[in-house]
Design a protein around this ligand. Structure first.
Ligand SMILES: [Zn+2]
Ligand SMILES: [Zn+2]
Length: 256
């Protein structure tokens, strides 16, 4: 089953001991590309090194996570993201809004997110968005970005059908992680609500390992389990979901 992991934190120290083996295992399991998320300039830099070492397989992104928005410094961070884009970053992010943890004040989260959306518009790059318990503000900012021609993905999505539909309407994509394999997941209506050409799947590794690996360090080779669960909800073959989500990721991130 060919698939693309649209969101993986391979620069995370959880992979320091065996990063290359994790990538080789993912390829052996059918991964044709891994989008390595730079949720900080430092992570982006390390992800860029992976992209250079695994050309055509690893791609990288660059942004500032909402958890760190309190320390967002427009001059320094936008400059750093620009530099990463000029060395091949395929998207800006992850950025967004997280009102569940509120690690940064909400107004700072909105201004860091807004600045990254504006940069995405300027550089004509897609955006990787993290959103949690921030539906109204996410909807407003995504719809406005969509009107300005910015596309992106709501990653590891667990929000409402309403917000997902507003994002799809704005031209955006919705990505599901291993959370959909958990026993407490009951929202199959959401898994069916996303048009097939806007669906993505992701590991979000090292977090959120899908069942039956739940509780262990996650890795991209298990994304097929998530694709299989999404496929079951939609009553189609798992290979179909793996295939369409791979072509969707190629289109959104303009992968080779
Ligand atoms: Zn996230
Ligand atoms: Zn992430």
């Amino acid at each position: 089953m060919e698939f693309i992991d649209s969101h993986v934190h391979l620069a995370d120290s959880a992979f320091d001991a065996d990063r290359d083996a994790v990538i080789e295992r993912a390829i052996a399991s059918g991964a044709s590309a891994l989008v390595c998320i730079g949720e900080s300039l430092d992570a982006a830099d390390r992800s860029a090194e992976l992209a250079a070492r695994f050309p055509g397989v690893c791609y990288h992104t660059a942004g500032v996570h909402p958890h760190d928005a309190a320390h967002f410094d427009a001059a320094r961070h936008l400059d750093g993201i620009r530099r990463e884009v000029s060395r091949g970053a395929v998207a800006i992010g992850e950025c967004g809004l997280d009102y569940h943890y509120d690690h940064s004040p909400r107004d700072r989260q909105r201004s860091a997110f807004g600045a990254q959306l504006a940069l995405a518009r300027e550089l004509a790059r897609p955006v990787v968005v993290h959103t949690r318990e921030a539906e109204d503000d996410t909807r407003a900012m995504v719809v406005e970005a969509g009107r300005a021609g910015v596309v992106g993905v709501l990653h590891c999505y667990t929000g409402s059908i309403d917000l997902a539909e507003a994002a799809v309407e704005a031209g955006w994509y919705v990505s599901f992680s291993g959370i959909v394999t958990f026993k407490r997941w009951t929202d199959d209506g959401l898994l069916r609500a996303i048009p097939e050409n806007r669906l993505l799947v992701e590991s979000d590794a090292p977090y959120l390992a899908p069942v039956p690996h739940r509780g262990t360090r996650n890795e991209p080779s298990w994304v097929g389990l998530t694709a299989t669960r999404v496929a079951a909800a939609r009553e189609v073959a798992a290979s179909r979901i793996a295939g369409v989500t791979a072509s969707n990721a190629r289109r959104l991130f303009r992968l080779a």
